[in-house]
Design a protein around this ligand. Structure first.
Ligand SMILES: Cc1ncc(C[n+]2csc(CCOP(=O)(O)OP(=O)(O)O)c2C)c(N)n1
Ligand code: SF4
Ligand SMILES: [Mg+2]
Length: 323
């Protein structure tokens, strides 16, 4: 007899209360059944709301491809962002996520990374979000070598707020904030990451899908703060910005030379200084203890000291020390 069909009691007694634990329906897999492979369909949340032709679509599609390829447990994926067109990213991913305050994605993501070593933490953000209002947070997350992957979807403009000069806009770019053309020296995200102490620094472009996939995969496999600058064209407010890097538009796509030593910081800095379109690929990768590992060690040592004590006893010990 099926336990899923409620039977009428023979007597006038009240029917038994429903069990507190829900019984899985025949369609849902049991705990011991193998999981179905993760697909793009499982990972897709909302329909993206970017303008048709926006480079951000490629980045999202390739992120899905990466997750499908690596077959992470869906509940272990976290995407975090600030504010901007690119920062809408977490809305479109069916996993854990936060669309946080403008410029503050990295501190939020750092907390997640430090407290939950079982999660894969990805930050997606724009050039404005990560290098303007969030510039200070970028520096400190990089120097602390917090284990997460940060992808800057660089379009050289504030897209969401409709065409203001961003920290990466080139001199001469005419925007609503620089009607006569931008005059300020732009930030070079790669040099910024290197100088701050990032342990993985790479560059790619939305117009080369295989390269984006390879770069994101290498970044997420790195044990530390991995930074990827991904050119992502804003077709609405900066059309053609990256044509010089796209062979389909008459440009050139130069890979980082094969003899480049990725552990040589000065060499990486020099390569990153090349004028646009510059190089694409891995500029820098070194191994340095993460804050995650260092802090976990400290925590373990402290916990050892108070082993077996009740919370109030730990508190009492602390208060006694303060006397
Ligand atoms: C504290 C605060 N200041 C300003 C804004 C307005 N604002 C929203 S997004 C944005 C810039 C977005 O540019 P970017 O990070 O490059 O993202 P894009 O839209 O280009 O992808 C600004 C200035 C805000 N939301 N919050
Ligand atoms: S405004 Fe630009 S960055 Fe924003 S969705 Fe449209 S094309 Fe993309
Ligand atoms: Mg931008």
């Amino acid at each position: 007899m099926s336990t899923l069909i409620a039977e009428k009691p023979a007597t006038a007694e009240k029917p038994a209360a429903a069990p507190a634990i829900s019984i899985p329906s025949p369609a849902s897999p049991g705990l011991n059944e193998p999981r179905k492979p993760l697909t793009k369909k499982d990972l897709t949340a909302d329909h993206p709301t970017w303008c048709p032709g926006c480079g951000d679509y490629s980045v999202l599609a390739l992120f899905f491809k990466l997750l499908e390829k690596r077959q992470f447990a869906q509940e272990n994926i976290v995407t975090v962002s600030g504010i901007g067109c690119s920062s809408r990213f977490p809305y479109f991913v069916q996993g854990h996520g936060a669309h946080f305050i403008h410029g503050r994605s990295l501190p939020f993501a750092s907390g997640v990374s430090l407290s939950r070593p079982d999660l894969h933490v990805f930050v997606f953000g724009g050039d404005g979000d990560l290098f303007s209002i969030g510039g200070n947070h970028f520096t400190h997350t990089a120097r602390k070598n917090i284990r997460l992957t940060c992808v800057c979807m660089d379009n050289w403009v504030y897209g969401l707020t409709k065409k203001q000069t961003s920290p990466t806009s080139p001199p001469g770019y005419k925007s609503k904030t620089d009607g006569w053309g931008a005059v300020d020296q732009p930030i070079n995200p790669l040099k910024q990451a290197l100088a701050a102490g990032a342990t993985f620094v790479a560059r790619t472009t939305h117009s080369n899908p295989n390269h984006v996939l390879q770069t994101m995969e290498a970044a997420m496999s790195h044990d530390g703060f991995s930074f990827v600058e991904c050119l992502s064209e804003c077709v609405e407010f900066y059309e053609g910005a990256f044509d010089a890097s796209n062979p389909r538009k008459g440009g050139v796509f130069n890979l980082v030379p094969t003899d480049h030593d990725v552990t040589n910081e000065q060499a990486a800095y020099k390569l990153a200084s090349e004028p646009f379109p510059g190089y694409f690929g891995l500029f820098y990768k070194v191994s340095r203890p993460t804050k995650n590992a260092l802090e976990a060690k400290l925590n373990a040592a402290q916990q050892e000291k108070v082993k077996g004590l009740k919370d109030w006893q730990i508190l009492q010990k602390t208060l006694d020390r303060m006397r």
